[in-house]
Design a protein around this ligand. Structure first.
Ligand code: HEM
Length: 495
């Protein structure tokens, strides 16, 4: 036999044996995955998954299989972790192992894997560390951000008062007020309401969040090829996000031309560009234009998340006028009517603090957080979760656990009050996620929720267009995130 032919046969045999042993290895790993419902051939558990509310299916499964189980999306295993203890042991106890971000098609589509939200490993570490430090430097969690929020709260009150006795939908005004706060950190200067760049950004964020939380978005995540090709709605959403990113790019490129790296940065964009300049000879740097644009998009869009909670908070106040009246009484006693509430007031307002926490708990805005993935083969609770497996932290299971809350199924501020009416902290308040990937905007979100909510209730009483008992507080669509129902309201002046 010719030497060349002999060599090729040997090579093929070696490759075949390697493939077989790896297949065996893979089968052995899959055998050690947590249990779960039997997957159908090819489709896995896709047909059982309720695309409208998958987290409800997961809660049912956790009752049958316990705190960790596997479902199959086509031929891909997804591990779901539920309950406070299991989430703490995994997300905090094995924080590094579970700190990867799953390659979610909807997230990847608009960022191509760049930016803080979807990245893992070293890219994520560099971008997260930088974002936290920079946002702190620009006032996050400090007095200066509070002043910006107060300023926007005052504009918001002004805008609400123009409706007088007429009913209106507060959605766009709330979104704009919240977005202007995060934009001021990113861009430095204050964007005016009519600014075309701000309007484009808001339209893109609205469209993107709409699809993220819709059954269509869920289907795209399972079958990106099919739904990406045939859905005109998805095509439109991706197009507007691209347009918004292109406008961010124009802004960044203009800054690059005028940047003086020796002077102090005035905002997030400048701080990033200076870091890019400093690290331009470092081969491992993640400070490049793609990561800047996508991190900007991540922070601006995630930073608008607070809007949904605020929208839901007004709906809940209309549904529970007694709670609204008690909050207003506390505002009147502690703040009065002549000045804007400030974050220092919160410690003297236990009832209001409890109400805001309860709004967030009962809303359960992201039932499965943002999907994680394991960064290495990970032993957990006697199971083996292979490297790269998508992991869903079922935050919903903690927020609705009857063992952890007095009254988990209803909106009840007593869930955060002790017998003396003092605010009672609860470790199970996990709305911002747990562990290394937990929300990095928590400090800002808390300031925003407190100042916007109390400022609005200081000046207005919110009334619905129908009697409270007819108000439906269940979200309209919910899969990735729960979106509050659209509504009209009256903002009745208290003066
Ligand atoms: C009520 C408001 C908010 C809620 C309930 C919320 C909740 C969350 C949750 C549940 C996660 C995922 C945690 C995980 O993967 O385990 C997250 C991630 C994130 N949030 Fe928020 N968030 C809010 C506001 C904000 C704000 C104002 C910002 C921006 C300043 C922000 C920026 C981010 C970012 C960048 C991530 C990704 C972090 C990473 O991947 O390392 N969020 N948030």
């Amino acid at each position: 036999m010719h030497f060349k032919t002999f060599f090729i046969i040997i090579l093929v045999v070696i490759l075949f044996l390697l493939w077989r042993s790896r297949g065996k290895e893979r089968r052995m790993i899959l055998e050690r995955l947590p249990p779960g419902p039997s997957p159908a051939p090819v489709l896995g558990n896709v047909l059982q998954l309720r695309v409208k509310e998958p987290y409800k299916y997961y809660i049912e499964l956790s009752k049958k299989y316990g705190s960790i189980f596997t479902i199959w999306l086509l031929d891909t295993p997804v591990v779901v972790i539920s309950g406070y203890q299991a989430l703490k042991d995994s997300m905090i106890g094995l924080g590094d192992e579970f700190s990867g971000r799953s390659d979610y098609p909807l997230l990847r589509k608009v960022t191509s894997g760049y930016g803080l939200l979807i990245s893992s490993g070293d890219r994520w570490k560099q971008l997260r560390r930088f974002s936290i430090t920079t946002m702190k430097n620009f006032g996050m969690g400090r007095r200066s951000i509070e002043d910006k929020v107060k300023e926007e709260a005052s504009c918001l009150k002004q805008a609400f008062s123009t409706f007088g006795d007429s009913a209106f939908n507060p959605k766009d005004l709330l979104t704009e007020a919240v977005s202007k706060v995060i934009c001021s950190v990113m861009y430095g200067q204050k964007l005016q309401s009519g600014d075309p760049q701000l309007q484009l950004l808001l339209r893109a964020i609205n469209a993107y969040f709409g699809v993220l939380s819709s059954p269509l978005g869920q289907l795209y995540n399972i079958f990106p090829g099919i739904f990406g090709l045939f859905s005109g709605q998805l095509h439109d959403v991706f197009a507007i996000v691209e347009e918004a990113k292109a406008s961010l790019k124009i802004e960044v490129e203009a800054r690059m031309k005028t940047l003086d790296p020796s002077s102090l940065p005035r905002d997030f964009i400048e701080a990033f560009l200076i870091q890019m300049e400093e690290e331009k000879h470092n081969p491992n740097t993640e400070f490049n234009l793609n990561n800047l644009l996508c991190t900007l998009w991540n922070l601006l869009s995630a930073g608008s998340e607070t809007t949904s909670t605020l929208r839901h908070s007004l709906l809940l106040m209309m549904k529970h006028p007694d709670v609204q009246a008690r909050v207003q009484k506390e505002i009147d006693e502690v703040v009065g009517s002549d000045r804007c509430p400030s974050i220092d007031d919160r410690q003297n307002m236990p009832y209001t603090d409890a109400v805001i926490h309860e709004i967030q708990r009962s809303m359960d805005i992201t039932p499965t957080a943002v999907p994680h993935k394991t960064l290495c083969d990970t032993e957990f609770n006697n199971y083996l979760i292979p490297k790269g497996t998508t992991v869903l932290p079922l935050l919903s299971s903690v927020l609705s656990d009857p063992e952890l809350w007095k009254n988990p199924d209803n909106f009840d501020p007593e869930n955060f009050l002790d017998e003396n009416g003092r605010f009672k902290r609860n470790e199970a308040f996990v709305v911002f996620g747990m562990g290394k990937r937990a929300c990095l905007g928590e400090a800002l979100a808390r300031v925003e929720l407190f100042i916007f909510f109390t400022s609005l209730l200081q000046q207005f009483t919110f009334k619905a267009t129908q009697p409270p008992e007819e108000i439906d507080i269940t979200p309209t669509i919910c899969s990735f995130g729960r979106v509050p129902r659209s509504y009209e309201c009256y903002a009745v002046s208290r003066a």
